[in-house]
Design a protein around this ligand. Structure first.
Ligand code: PLP
Length: 367
């Protein structure tokens, strides 16, 4: 195992953690299986009651004709875009320059499918209607990511979504939703999943982010689209003989957490307000629109890390385990509010933020 930083080590030992649902250990799997009937049969190559029931449940959630379980969102989304490109007979899709497909998938779309990508906007904004309207010709599908993770989880308004959807329909351009965190944005929009999904032709939803399962994704759309995606899933080697070790936890944690998104959303706004009241700290967005946001510092990682170590050691609250350095020598970290935030006694949360404010002021005003 590689060496861990001092921040990581202090964070691991902290009594409480500010973000996420908890450690991703074997207990997560054990809890999901504890009440399962041992005689329940495995799914086999995409067939069987376990997988089919769950897929039906997800089709109903998204309001789409059909849904299919994938081992990963990476696989599901590349396939969705390939299907839309084949339908139109072109190899071009459009999305945000910081889309997961562009920066985290080793050019899967380009290398595996020769699909070219068009960037709709610059790195620091969410996609707007005007970006889509002035997009070059010959695009088979537009992908919108809700919320746009790499810029702190920002969102276009629901009105903008409707306008983009209408524009794409009029131009016969398919609209795909990277809804890795779809459930997490519903409280902000005050819409059901089906109401948001109705604006899109195809939907991807992650089963391990806000839901907190082991891994896995859902791809939903009309019957023909899902049928084609199953062929591609087989081609990709995604039709594992048994997927139930992922499906059972996905279903279990979906039932436990899908109703808690409103709580995570409010707590994320509360936590962001607390960060923003600390000396030298700001969040992006300033007021979160989901359970996530980024916490920014104007100093380098080397300057900020000892401050966080000190605060975590003094308060026993793990704020973050790592910092990401930006090109301009500043740094930030990502926050996802989950079950752990409400488990911290409120007075300790207040104490941690008071300490953070004081330590920031002390180190930065009088370095
Ligand atoms: C916005 C977004 N899209 C797609 C993915 C890919 O999901 P997976 O890890 O299941 O391949 C991720 C994963 O982090 C993501 O954040």
């Amino acid at each position: 195992m590689g060496e861990i930083s001092q921040l990581q080590s202090v964070y691991n030992r902290s009594t409480y953690k500010l973000t996420n649902h908890g450690v991703r250990n074997v207990q997560v799997l054990k809890e999901a299986f504890q009440h399962m009937n041992e005689d329940l049969e495995s799914d086999m190559y995409g067939k069987g009651q376990i997988i089919e029931d769950f897929q039906e449940k997800m089709a109903a959630l998204t309001g789409k004709e059909d849904a299919v379980f994938f081992p990963s969102g990476t696989m599901a989304q590349q396939i969705a875009l390939r299907i839309w490109c084949d339908e139109k007979g072109v190899r071009k899709v459009a999305y945000h320059p910081l889309s997961h497909l562009e920066i985290h998938e080793e050019d899967g779309l380009k290398e595996l499918h020769c699909i070219e990508s068009v960037f709709l906007t610059d790195r620091n904004r969410v996609i707007d209607l005007s970006d889509v309207m002035k997009m070059e010709d010959g695009v088979a599908a537009v992908l919108l990511e809700l919320p746009q993770r790499e810029i702190g989880g920002q969102l276009p308004s629901f009105k903008t979504l409707k306008e983009i959807s209408q524009f794409c329909r009029d131009k016969q351009i398919r609209l795909h939703l990277d809804g890795a965190r779809l459930l997490e944005v519903l409280p902000y929009y005050q819409k059901s999943a089906a109401e948001v999904c109705a604006l899109f032709d195809s939907i991807y939803l992650s089963l391990y982010k806000g839901i907190g399962g082991i891994a896995g994704a859902i791809l939903a759309g009309d019957r023909d689209f899902v049928k084609q995606s199953k062929v591609w899933k087989r081609r990709y080697g995604g039709d594992l003989i048994s997927l139930y070790p992922y499906i059972i936890p996905a279903d279990y944690y979906f039932d436990r957490r899908s109703q808690k998104m409103e709580q995570y959303f409010k707590e994320s706004q509360e936590a962001a307000e607390r960060f923003n009241s600390c000396y030298g700290i700001s969040t992006l967005p300033a007021v979160p629109v989901s359970n996530m946001f980024h916490v920014h510092f104007q100093q380098s990682r080397a300057q900020v890390e000892p401050i966080l170590v000190e605060v975590e050691q003094r308060t026993g609250i793990g704020i973050t385990n790592h910092l990401i350095e930006t090109q301009d020598q500043c740094c930030y970290f990502e926050v996802h509010i989950g079950d752990q935030y409400s488990e911290i006694p409120k007075e300790l949360v207040t104490k941690a933020f008071d300490q953070l404010h004081q330590s920031m002021e002390q180190h930065l005003k009088h370095p």
